[in-house]
Design a protein around this ligand. Structure first.
Ligand SMILES: Cc1cc2nc3c(=O)[nH]c(=O)nc-3n(C[C@H](O)[C@H](O)[C@H](O)COP(=O)(O)O)c2cc1C
Length: 176
């Protein structure tokens, strides 16, 4: 493949939201920011999250096989995103810095600066080079707060946020 044939700006035209993908294993809670989250099917409702293999969330999720997705609202402050997106749960308990609650299914959902959340059971994991794609069947979904979802485009354009090296979209930092 000739990389001259790939203009990264073309990929920057894709639209995404911004989410916290969380899981729990034993007494460990952890979550990470991800833009690579999408709904796949309607009946049954399935979603997918693409997580870097080095991330603690991916490590835990591979064993727990269940995850939640909390949807950021557009009023979320940058440091709040940074807590989940630029720190690793191996060294730091991210949930001490935020309001959250545990679902009856035993998953943490972040209840501040978020507008909705869902829980899913992992039905498949695909190996995608540097990342793992976790495919989940949705068990519950709920609106948490009034507001609009933060888009990944506004995270870059309005909040002047950066992508993390472990995000599939990390190349966007260089082309903005
Ligand atoms: C705006 C933004 C988007 C991100 N998107 C993804 C993503 O889609 N997939 C991913 O694996 N990491 C993504 N990351 C990076 C993880 O959130 C980051 O590596 C985090 O520190 C991992 O935490 P953990 O080791 O506790 O799991 C993103 C980070 C930011 C700030």
């Amino acid at each position: 493949m000739n990389t001259d044939d790939i203009d990264p700006k073309a990929l920057f035209t894709f639209s995404y939201g911004l989410y916290i993908v969380s899981t729990t294993l034993g007494d460990r809670l952890n979550g990470q920011v991800a833009d690579a989250v999408m709904q796949l099917t309607a009946d049954p409702i399935c979603v997918a999250a693409c997580l870097h293999k080095n991330n603690y969330t991916a490590e835990l999720l591979e064993q727990s096989r269940k995850f939640s997705v909390s949807v950021f609202s557009e009023d979320v402050p940058l440091p709040f995103i940074g807590n989940f997106g630029f720190r690793c749960g191996r060294e730091h308990d991210k949930f001490v810095n935020c309001n959250y609650r545990m679902t009856t299914g035993g998953l943490p959902i972040v209840t501040e600066y978020t507008i909705a959340a869902l829980e899913a059971d992992v039905i498949d994991i695909a190996d995608v080079h540097t990342h793992k794609l976790f495919i989940g069947r949705v068990k519950t979904a709920q609106i948490l707060n009034e507001g609009n979802p933060l888009t990944y485009a506004d995270y870059h354009k309005i909040k002047k946020g950066k992508s993390h090296a472990n995000a599939p979209s990390a190349i966007f930092n260089a082309i903005k």
